[in-house]
Design a binder for this molecule. Structure first.
Ligand SMILES: Nc1ncnc2c1ncn2[C@@H]1O[C@H](COP(=O)(O)OP(=O)(O)OP(=O)(O)O)[C@@H](O)[C@H]1O
Ligand SMILES: Cc1cn([C@H]2C[C@H](O)[C@@H](COP(=O)(O)O)O2)c(=O)[nH]c1=O
Length: 693
């Protein structure tokens, strides 16, 4: 139904503008009438936008929508009616402008009511799919259908409408009637068919609050909530960029040496990209955090504006335009879904109203300012320092828009990020492959987590014991632990992975990886985290890197999958320091044999296996040197112990020294959930009790 109404609206937008233009003669008057009607449609946003959201949050949204649609029915129908009643051209145009202004005003109230109501009707898991459908219908299918219908009407009725007795059959008039009746139909469907829109809690939340208070509270909510701030900032930034692209499009097409055809091609490319972004985006990024996806999509759209700015050839410009559209489409979808799904019902209307008002204003300003600016300098070329490098002002403007958009996308990303500390590109790559990285579990470490890693016989157990003694003598609480086998469950797992059959009946590599991960999950939850919370120094003989080296490089399982598994098992807990005892496998394995306690299943692996393990450890250390202390394990044990103790001294004296990233620090608050003062908390509890009573 909303699709049909949207079709009617697009048709109405085209029809009112064309209709106004046909009522006057002369090019200038026609242009003014056409542009005037469109400008009038945008103006009410200025006046009414801020209060529209309050109405959506205050009154029954179903009745608000129905009343708005009935009003729009009457107003749309009145435009052709005035002409039918025989009014003169000027009067008809005047009334078309006034009616359009009123229609837009009413629409401004209808949109936040509808947008705020939709999330209450659809389960959250389906919200994105519903938004996909709505956006594709509203911005993809219905404008095209409307344009086709307008052209079809024009062709079909050309003969009839010249007949003076058939004035009512002018194409623009018919289109307006269609628009009017589509609104009447929406009103009836919402009133009789979607009664659930009325049944929400939010309306009764604060009936005693005045409108002004609600209005002010809405703005405060937007300003104070990082998620909403980020969303609003990102959406406005994206629209500003989009406005500049639209405003400069014609000059840009001519700067490519192409004419009107190129202009239409670029426009088409943006819409193709938009449809691809909205339609395929969720399938590509799969489980990726929607907050991250939103910021990244804005960065993609803006970076693609830069491609436009430097495009030397039409094909490059078309690629840029498709990517601009794809980024914008994905940002639009992610933004709408986040607004609907993560914002409480009682303020949702006001947030939607701010977004819709802001986007209209920003778009209008960006289009007009950029078209004026390129109009002034667009046909000329700026010649830099007489070096023969000439840059058109259109491209400079696009460059500025791209940079500003990237900035807006990054700031939005930062404000909303719900996976702080998780590398962005790895997360994106993991999500595309169906395995997004998990954020670190909120946790306060008051201690120090030191891990010893390395190949077989490197001297880890020896050095763990030496360090524990040294720290214990200084009065520190030290917890010595190991993987696998630090807990009862771990002991049993150790028996499975290190004992057990070899040859064809041996444990499969994936099962082995899962068993090590299970040991680790239990170990971290029951030994490591509690000790770190107490403030102890935890010294572990092996941790995550052993899985990456042995199961990843040694068994040749995909390292990113093993890494994801470990990060899931540990909730993202990273050591403060990893001491890597680097040993040639020939030397290490000889020591193991000389120890005389026999060899286990892994120690019995080939030399090539142990070589791969060794270089995997070294690669891990090279990728994050601040967190690692790499020592040559062939040095005497005392020298190694002194080097380790020296590094620990530095870290314990200066808690901010490199490698002590998580120490004594609380994980950041989740974005979108600012900490509340006792006062604020008290107020919320009071109002909740009041509401319940
Ligand atoms: N720096 C060293 N130089 C020579 N021998 C050493 C050195 N450090 C330890 N050793 C000896 O090497 C053998 C293995 O040492 P240790 O058990 O500490 O190594 P590990 O890395 O824990 O072995 P595993 O890989 O089995 O866990 C022991 O006999 C130990 O005494
Ligand atoms: C944690 C972990 C260990 N391993 C391997 C490495 C060793 O061969 C054994 C542990 O024996 P140690 O004498 O206690 O060093 O297990 C592994 O393959 N994957 C891991 O995650």
């Amino acid at each position: 139904m909303l699709g049909a109404a949207s079709f009617g609206d697009w048709l109405g937008l085209l029809a009112t503008s064309i209709f106004a233009a046909t009522q006057v003669s002369g090019d200038t008057a026609k242009g003014a009438a056409f542009g005037g009607v469109i400008a009038v449609r945008l103006l009410p946003a200025l006046v009414l936008g801020p209060v529209a959201g309050v109405l959506a949050d205050r009154f029954d949204r179903r009745f608000t929508m129905v009343i708005c649609d009935l009003l729009r029915f009457v107003l749309f129908a009145s435009i052709p009616m005035v002409a039918l009643l025989g009014a003169k051209g000027g009067v008809v145009v005047g009334w078309a402008a006034i009616a359009t202004f009123l229609i837009e005003t009413v629409t401004l109230i209808w949109i936040p009511a509808k947008e705020a109501a939709v999330p209450n009707l659809i389960p959250r898991t389906r919200l994105e799919m519903a938004n996909q459908l709505t956006l594709i219908t509203t911005y993809g299918i219905t404008p095209i259908l409307a344009a086709l219908a307008a052209a079809g009407l024009e062709a079909a009725l050309r003969g009839i409408s010249h007949n003076p007795t058939m004035g009512w059959a002018e194409p623009a008039q018919i289109a307006l009637w269609v628009n009017a009746f589509s609104r009447l139909a929406t009103a009836l469907v919402v009133f009789f068919g979607i009664k659930e829109i009325s049944g929400r809690d939010g309306r009764r939340d604060r009936p005693e609050q005045g409108m002004l208070r609600q209005f002010v509270e809405g703005w405060k909510f937007i300003g104070k909530t990082p998620l909403v701030r980020g969303l609003v900032l990102g959406i406005l930034g994206a629209f500003a960029g989009g406005g500049i692209v639209i405003g400069t499009a014609r000059f840009f097409a001519s700067s490519l040496g192409a004419g009107d055809a190129a202009f239409y091609l670029l426009f088409g490319a943006i819409f193709v990209g938009l449809a691809l972004g909205i339609g395929l985006g969720p399938m590509i990024v799969r489980e990726m955090s929607r907050r991250r996806w939103f910021g990244m999509s804005i960065v993609l759209a803006s970076a693609s504006v830069l491609i436009l700015a430097v495009a030397l050839h039409l094909s490059m410009a078309i690629l840029g335009a498709v990517l601009v559209g794809a980024g914008a489409g994905m940002a639009f979808l992610a933004g709408t879904t986040l607004l609907g799904g993560e914002i409480a019902d009682d303020v949702r209307g006001r947030v939607f109203a701010v977004v819709q008002t802001g986007t209209r204003l920003v778009l209008m300003l960006a289009i007009s300012a950029s078209s004026v600016l390129v109009g002034v300098g667009g046909s000329r070329e700026l010649n830099i320092a007489n070096l023969g490098i000439s840059i058109s002002s259109t491209r400079m403007l696009l460059l500025a828009a791209g940079v500003a958009g990237i900035f807006a996308g990054i700031s939005a990303f930062r404000q909303m990020d719900d996976k702080r500390g998780v590398p962005v590109l790895l997360d994106l790559w993991g999500s595309v492959r169906g395995r997004p990285l998990s954020p670190a579990e909120p946790f306060t470490s008051n201690g120090l987590f030191v891990v010893f890693e390395g190949g077989e016989g490197g001297g880890k157990s020896t050095q763990v014991a030496r360090l524990a003694d040294a720290l214990g003598n200084r009065g520190r609480e030290v917890v010595v632990t190991r993987e696998p086998g630090a807990t009862d469950v771990g002991e049993r797992i150790r028996g499975l992975v290190l004992g057990g059959a070899t040859g064809p009946n041996a444990l499969s590599p994936r099962a082995e990886a899962l068993l090590y991960a299970a040991d680790r999950a239990h170990h971290v939850a029951t030994v490591v985290r509690p000790a770190l919370t107490r403030g102890a120094v935890v010294i572990s003989d092996r941790y995550v890197d052993s899985s990456l080296a042995y199961q990843g490089a040694g068994r040749t399982l995909p390292v990113d999958e093993v890494s994801w598994l470990s990060s899931w098992a540990t909730g993202g807990l990273k050591p403060d320091l990893v001491v890597l005892l680097d040993v040639d496998p020939n030397v290490g394995l000889r020591r193991v044999v000389d120890r005389g306690a026999g060899t286990d299943r892994l120690e019995g692996e080939s030399l090539e296996f142990h070589e791969r393990v060794r270089y995997a450890f070294l690669d891990l250390a090279a990728a994050d040197p601040k967190r690692y202390l790499v020592l040559d394990a062939s040095r005497p044990a005392d020298e190694i112990a002194t080097a380790v103790a020296g590094r620990l001294d530095e870290m314990l004296v200066d808690p901010t020294a490199e490698g002590r990233s998580g120490l004594g620090k609380q994980q950041p608050d989740l974005p979108g959930q600012p900490r509340l003062s006792d006062d604020e908390l008290g107020k919320i509890v009071d109002s909740e009790l009041e509401r319940r009573s």
